[in-house]
Design a protein around this ligand. Structure first.
Ligand code: TXA
Ligand code: MG
Length: 351
């Protein structure tokens, strides 16, 4: 299959490009497109064969469910069967956060194919805040499933070239709308349980959701055996091929630990790379490669750059990537969640 790359204006996408991509979706094809979080790989959510093609293209386990993307709150109704109290919660959140980086899990209507939800009785819904994504959904005239547009297990794509590197020849079209603005995937909130549970942290924080709902909201990892776990939690490793180690602790101690590790690696004939903060970077002059994600306190910049940096450092041929940890507060919680996964939970506390 030849993958076609269509450049589009991210603010005012060209009608012709959107129409071409929408036609591909309507006939069951796969189209990658930018959202405000990461690039998604879109297909007709109501076409079971198209949905299966997504799992094949990504090499994704069939029990890891997909998010259904819609372009208006009204489009949620035919996809769900919620009772009045869930409906009230859902509508309150949609009014406040949509379009935006919040995915809401609700009971599923039977018209949503089982393949979408990996056999679960729930469906995840999101309205992305991006003119290209919204334009494509509207023109396709149907909801789109869209996982992140990477090969399963690879870091999520924040630029069209990342999608191309992972999926060229496996999908029909890539709409290139430039770099995404948030850089980590949406918050996934499960409203099918009480109290609601955040399965995946993102730009919308657990505290903000608790405040908006006026109720307790459990954070990631709060699931017990009695609660449905989000299948993606066990699969999404976001990992580059190179072995990564995440260093947590006070900034000065993190720097010292990484400098010492670089020196040890050097003696052992190993080449090390560092995913660094701007403040830490000057200390790593002896590393084979350094990628600066952003100022330590600028979580927005760090989120935008972590996946790009992981991909870039992966290409340098280094034997190991050290990742500077940041404070796990606010948006930092979502960033650290992704970095822990990238490191395959190889985490060192700098003392
Ligand atoms: O920001 C995003 O959400 C991006 C963009 C493209 O919209 N999409 C994305 O999709 O990250 P994906 O497939 O990479 O991650 C979807 C996550 C997985 O962790 C999956 O397990 C969870 O959402 N999920 C989907 N449906 C679910 C359900 N019914 N119940 C619980 N978790 C669900
Ligand atoms: Mg993903």
């Amino acid at each position: 299959m030849e993958t076609e790359v269509l450049a589009v204006d991210e603010r005012m996408p060209e009608e012709a490009a959107l129409e071409r991509a929408a036609a591909v979706v309507r006939r069951g094809g796969l189209v990658a497109f930018p959202t405000e979080t990461v690039y998604g790989l879109g297909a007709d959510a109501l076409n079971e064969a198209a949905v299966r093609r997504i799992f094949e293209a990504k090499g994704r386990p069939a029990d890891n469910p997909l998010i259904v993307h819609i372009a208006s709150v009204a489009e949620a109704e035919p996809l769900t069967v919620f009772g009045p109290s869930t409906a009230r919660r859902f509508e309150g959140l949609a009014r406040r956060y949509w379009p935006g980086p919040l995915t809401v899990v609700v009971p599923k209507h039977e018209r949503v194919p089982a393949a979408v939800s990996g056999g679960l009785q729930t469906v995840a819904l999101r309205m992305p805040d991006h003119p290209v994504a919204l334009g494509l959904i509207r023109r396709a005239g149907r909801p789109l499933v869209a996982p992140s547009a990477n090969r399963s297990g690879r870091p999520s794509p924040t630029e069209a070239s990342h999608v191309y590197d992972d999926l060229n020849g496996r999908i029909d079209v890539i709409l290139d709308g430039g770099a995404t603005s948030i850089g980590v995937e949406s918050t996934v909130l499960d409203l099918s349980v009480d109290p609601p549970v955040v399965h995946r942290p993102g730009a919308v924080s657990v505290a903000a959701l608790a405040d908006a709902l006026g109720t307790e909201v459990r954070g990631p990892g709060a699931e017990t055996d009695a609660r449905p776990v989000s299948p993606g939690v066990k699969y999404d490793h976001y990992a580059p091929a190179t072995r990564c180690v995440l260093i947590e602790g006070k900034p000065e101690l993190i720097e010292k630990a990484i400098v010492a590790a670089i020196a040890d690696d050097d003696k052992a004939g190993k080449r090390s790379a560092v995913l660094a903060t701007r403040e830490g970077a000057p200390a790593y002059a002896d590393a084979a490669a350094v990628c600066i994600a952003g100022d330590r306190s600028d979580h927005g910049a760090i989120a935008r750059n972590i996946y790009r940096c992981l991909r870039r450092l992966d290409e340098t041929g280094a034997d190991i990537i050290y990742i500077e940890g940041i404070a796990s507060e606010g948006f930092g919680e979502a960033i650290m969640n992704r970095l822990r996964r990238a490191a395959g939970y190889r985490i060192v506390r700098a003392l």
